[in-house]
Ligand binder design. Structure first.
Ligand code: F6P
Length: 374
């Protein structure tokens, strides 16, 4: 380390933080409580207090909706699904609208939130969220609030981190469902179409499809043709396979077609949904095979985190506190090459992390005979 780097580093270590804040934003996912547990544990070890804001950024609006979190009060939450703090993916601070366009948060709202932060003596804020929440966090950072981001989402669609916590739990729930759906589909020699979440990316569909033994996987990154899906099913029939399991990501669409939007009411992003039913209808029409569709919906976000997500979330929470200790504000915790490090929040939110249609994972799926309907 150079002298000036050493001086900077020791200066950072001399910063004495008394109180930090934490909030969740966006849709919930398994592991949020494990992050809170990690943050409170690491902060208390340094002698700091933690204020937990309720319902995302909404809890910052005056007079503030918050609770003091202590290690004694967060014991046992590590394994719990949901979040003891609450969250929202709508409300005043939604920085993503419609099909995912970024919008600026009203300046006055941020100023009001800053008042709460200052009045409580909160010196830095840990924001746990996906791309929408972290885009809002960036606007707070630019308005002078020292912020650290923690990447959360079952969709795993954030750039600059190989994984978000919540993804493994969601995939594991889907794989469990596929195992069950397989048995009933086999009994009836049916086609079973399973719609999964993931918004504009196919990570959940791809990983759960491979793990759950799907025959066809449809993802937004690879536009599909109904005729190719029907062809793959007929081929399976001719080979004596009378059951086909199709996993379709909610954001998938046919070549030249549009995503299926379930609802575009209210603030925030459109809600995707309905593609599973459409695919099932078309399969039945084109192949004559009895076909059923099943939408897993919010089951994918519920329940306890897997052991992987518990550990990852704990590492993220502890790292977030250590980034505050080191004065690395405006950074997001990131998982790369088996290590937890950090990147500027800008890098994480500039665009979504998509599945590479020519990448190794898609190649693995194709190698074992999975069709992408292309
Ligand atoms: O981003 C997480 C996610 O579960 C997406 O996969 C899904 O499209 C969306 O949230 C559902 O949001 P809501 O909870 O508003 O229905």
């Amino acid at each position: 380390m150079t002298n000036s780097a050493g001086a900077r580093s020791s200066l950072r270590h001399r910063m004495i933080m008394k109180r930090i804040g934490i909030l969740n934003g966006g849709g919930d996912c398994p592991g949020l409580n494990a992050v809170t547990h990690g943050v409170v544990g690491a902060a208390n070890t340094l002698g700091w207090e933690v204020v937990g804001f309720r319902d995302g950024f909404e809890g910052l609006l005056p007079p503030g909706d918050y609770k003091l979190l202590k290690r004694s009060k967060t014991q046992g939450i590590l394994k719990l699904g949901g979040t003891i703090l609450g969250t929202t993916n709508r409300g005043h601070f939604s920085s993503k609208q419609g099909a995912g366009e970024t919008v600026g948060i009203e300046r006055q709202l941020i100023e009001d939130a800053k008042k709460t932060i200052h009045q409580l003596g909160v010196e830095a804020l840990i924001v746990v969220g996906g791309d929408g929440t972290l885009s809002t966090a960036l606007q707070f950072q630019r308005a002078g609030v020292p912020v650290i981001g923690v990447p959360k989402t079952i969709d795993n669609d954030l750039q600059a981190t190989a994984m978000t916590f919540g993804f493994d739990s969601a995939v594991s729930t889907v794989v469990d469902a596929l195992d069950r759906l397989h048995t009933t589909a086999e009994s009836h020699k049916r086609v079973m179409v399973v719609e999964v979440m993931g918004r504009h990316t196919g990570w959940i569909a791809l990983f759960s499809g491979i793990g759950g033994g799907a025959d066809i996987i449809l993802i937004p990154e690879i536009p599909f043709h109904y005729s190719s899906i029907a062809k793959a099913i007929r081929k399976r029939e001719s080979e004596g396979n009378h059951t086909t399991l199709v996993v379709v990501a909610e954001g998938a669409a046919p070549e030249g077609g549009h995503q299926s939007v379930e609802s575009n009411e209210g603030a925030g992003e459109y809600r995707l949904g309905g593609i599973g039913d459409r695919v099932a209808c078309e399969i039945e029409r084109l192949t004559g095979k009895e076909t059923r569709s099943c939408t897993l919906g919010h089951l994918q976000r519920g329940g306890s985190p897997t052991s992987w997500d518990r550990v990852l979330a704990t590492r993220f929470g502890v790292k977030a506190v250590h980034l505050i200790r080191d004065g690395c504000f405006g950074h997001m915790v990131s998982y790369q090459s088996y290590q937890v490090g950090s990147v500027p929040i800008e890098e994480a939110v500039e665009k979504l992390k998509l599945v590479d249609p020519n990448g190794e994972v898609v190649g693995t799926a194709r190698a074992v005979g999975i069709s992408f309907g292309d």
